[in-house]
Ligand binder design. Structure first.
Ligand SMILES: [Zn+2]
Length: 274
C-alpha cells in the first residue's frame, strides 16, 4: 500500500509540469524588488553587471522569466519544469532528497545548483545570468506554500474553489488570488511590505536552508485547505497576511543568498604582498 501511495505520489509529481506555476507575476516581482532593495553594494554591483549584459536593469525584469520558458524556450522549459516545486505533504512536511527530489529535479536542489553556477566566476556571464534568473524565480516559488504541498492534488491545482463568484483552484488562489484581493498595485504593495519590515526582523539571524524553506511552505499549505469550496472574506483575511509574509521572507532570503553567493569582490589583479 505504501509503495502504491509512493508511486501514485511520484506519478502526480511528474505530472505537475502542466499545471500553472508559481506566484503570479506580481508576487515574483515583489520578491525580486524586496530583495533588490536590500542588496549590499558589492552584490548589487555584480547583479547589475550581469543584468546589463542583456540590457536589463532590475531583478524584477527577470523574476518571471522561468515561468515564461514554455513560450521563450520550450525545450529548456520542459527540462526545468520540475524545478519550480517540491511535494512534501505526503512526507509529513519533511524534506528527504531521495523521496521528494529524485534526480535533483525539484525546487530545493535547483536553488542550490543554480546558486552554485551563479557564484562560479569561471563560468561565462551568459551562464551566470541564466542562473541568476532561475535563483530569483525559484526562491520566490519555494515560498509559495502550495509549491511545497501535496502531490495527490498537484499542489492544490486539483482543488476547485470559488472566489468572488469565479471558479479557480487552491493553487491559483495562493499564486495570485490572495495578493490580488488586497487591491493594491505593485508600487503600493511594495511600499506596504517594506513598511511592515520595520517590525521585528524575523529573519535577521536566518541560517535556514532551501529544504527548510520548503518544509515551512508545506506546513502552511496543509493548513490552507478551506472548509468549503467558496472562499470567504474570513479566509482571505486570515490567509492574505500569511501569503504577504511569505513574499517578504522570500525577499529577505533571496537578498541574503545573493549576498552570500556574489559578495566577493570581482576578480582583480592583486599585487604580490612581498
Ligand atoms: Zn515557477
Amino acid at each position: 500500500m505504501r509503495i502504491i501511495t509512493a508511486l501514485a505520489a511520484l506519478a502526480f509529481a511528474l505530472s505537475w509540469p502542466t499545471a500553472a506555476h508559481a506566484w503570479g507575476p506580481l508576487g515574483h516581482r515583489l520578491v525580486a524588488r524586496l530583495a533588490e532593495s536590500r542588496l549590499d553594494p558589492a552584490t548589487r554591483a555584480e547583479v547589475e553587471r550581469l543584468l546589463a549584459t542583456e540590457g536589463l536593469q532590475s531583478l524584477a525584469d527577470v523574476a518571471n522569466w522561468a515561468d515564461n520558458l514554455r513560450e521563450l524556450d520550450p525545450d529548456l522549459g520542459r527540462r526545468t519544469s520540475r524545478w519550480h516545486y517540491v511535494n512534501l505533504g505526503e512526507l509529513g512536511c519533511r524534506y528527504d532528497a531521495d523521496a521528494a527530489c529524485p534526480g535533483g529535479h525539484c525546487v530545493v536542489e535547483a536553488i542550490s545548483a543554480q546558486a552554485a553556477i551563479l557564484g562560479d566566476r569561471s563560468r561565462s556571464d551568459a551562464e551566470r545570468l541564466q542562473a541568476l534568473k532561475f535563483v530569483v524565480h525559484f526562491v520566490g516559488d519555494v515560498h509559495q506554500p502550495m509549491h511545497g504541498g501535496n502531490a495527490r492534488d498537484r499542489g492544490g491545482n486539483n482543488v476547485q474553489v470559488n472566489l468572488h463568484g469565479k471558479g479557480t483552484n487552491l493553487h491559483a488562489l495562493w499564486d495570485s488570488g490572495l495578493l490580488r484581493s488586497a487591491r493594491l498595485d505593485e508600487e503600493r504593495y511594495l511600499q506596504r511590505l517594506q513598511e511592515a519590515e520595520n517590525g521585528p526582523p524575523a529573519t535577521a539571524q536566518d541560517t535556514s536552508t532551501p529544504a527548510q524553506w520548503a518544509e515551512q511552505s508545506c506546513a502552511i499549505a496543509v493548513e490552507a485547505y478551506p472548509p468549503r469550496a467558496t472562499i470567504t472574506d474570513a479566509y482571505l483575511a486570515q490567509h492574505r497576511p500569511v501569503a504577504e509574509r511569505q513574499v517578504q521572507i522570500a525577499g529577505e532570503r533571496l537578498s541574503a543568498l545573493l549576498g552570500t553567493v556574489l559578495a566577493r569582490a570581482p576578480a582583480t589583479e592583486i599585487p604580490d604582498a612581498d
